[in-house]
Unconditional design. Structure first.
Length: 310
């Protein structure tokens, strides 16, 4: 089995470099374990690995670096096999790398003040929490942007928020909707938050309602178009009804005119012509029929008008 001091220089250099990288990784792991307040067993295991690697490094350093004034220097000749050193160091390196990954995963899942602030900043609406005395406790990024737009500074108290809203009354579109210079519309809402311990906070929200306002305007425009179309349809129905009445009157007048013409023709033939008695009876009968038709048509017309009116 080949010992460390029996290896050539490139092999010794490669192992010593790998050992230094492992030591640095263990130092980083120790720092994460201490700051993250992890279990003591993990800190103890990391410290043991760090002490072991530092001890091996200090022992092998003299066997690796040959003094310049040495001619036949043999070093300490530590009986450490190179294969075992590589194996132990690799196990420590892989264990440390796995522990660092676990620490990062736990840190991501852990709820901290910074993670809460980051999550609130990602909310797509303005959000601000104020204590009962009016001092701001938490303001997310969107609320800070809105306050910069409306009053030129980040809000510090609830009174500043109230003054800001009163000073921008000309930006109001409705009772609680403000139109910002960039074209977006925000709805302002106030609320009160009570914690489990009974502590009360004032909460201010700015909801982005730009799409809702635009769709409402589109809906109002469509409703206005429908109203105009309804008025036009009603007028059209009235015109159609009037036209039907006029056509009906024209039809009756034409028929009355034809019937009266037949009656007058019969009277004229009776008065001017020397007709036999049977032809005279036929003419008078035609006149009587014409008068009967006119009277019946007048009665039917009155009944139709009454039905149409209902």
């Amino acid at each position: 089995m080949t010992l460390f001091y029996e290896c050539d220089y490139p092999m010794r250099f490669s192992y010593m470099l790998f050992l230094m990288v492992t030591i640095l990784m263990l130092v980083v792991l120790m720092w994460k374990l201490i700051l993250g307040k992890h279990i003591k067993s993990g800190v103890i295991a990391c410290a043991a690995g760090l002490m072991l690697t530092l001890g091996v490094y200090s022992v092998l350093l003299d066997d690796h670096i040959v003094p310049q004034d040495a001619i036949n220097w043999q070093g300490h000749k530590a009986p450490l096999p190179i294969a075992g050193l590589w194996l132990i160091t690799a196990v420590i390196f892989l264990g440390g790398a796995y522990a660092i990954l676990l620490c990062q995963t736990r840190d991501k899942r852990k709820v901290t003040e910074s993670s809460i602030k980051e999550a609130i900043d990602e909310i797509p609406m303005g959000l601000g929490y104020f204590r009962q005395n009016g001092v701001s406790m938490l303001i997310n990024r969107r609320m800070a942007e809105i306050s910069e737009i409306m009053c030129g500074k980040v809000l510090m108290t609830f009174e500043e928020l109230s003054d800001m809203l009163e000073g921008r009354s000309d930006w109001k579109e409705t009772e609680d909707v403000y139109r910002l210079p960039d074209g977006s519309a925000c709805r302002y809402v106030e609320d009160e938050l009570v914690t489990a311990a009974g502590e009360r906070f004032r909460v201010a929200y700015f909801y982005d309602v730009t799409k809702l306002v635009r769709r409402k305007k589109e809906l109002d425009a469509q409703n206005e178009e429908l109203r105009i179309m309804s008025v036009q349809n009603r007028r059209l129905r009235e015109n159609v009804g009037q036209l039907a009445k006029e056509e009906e009157l024209l039809f009756f007048k034409t028929k009355w005119h034809d019937t009266m013409g037949e009656g007058l023709t019969a009277i004229r033939r009776t008065l001017l012509a020397s007709l036999p008695e049977n032809e005279t009876d036929d003419s008078l009968r035609s006149l009587s029929d014409a008068i009967t038709v006119i009277q019946r048509d007048n009665d039917d017309s009155d009944q139709r008008r009454v039905a149409i009116s209902f």
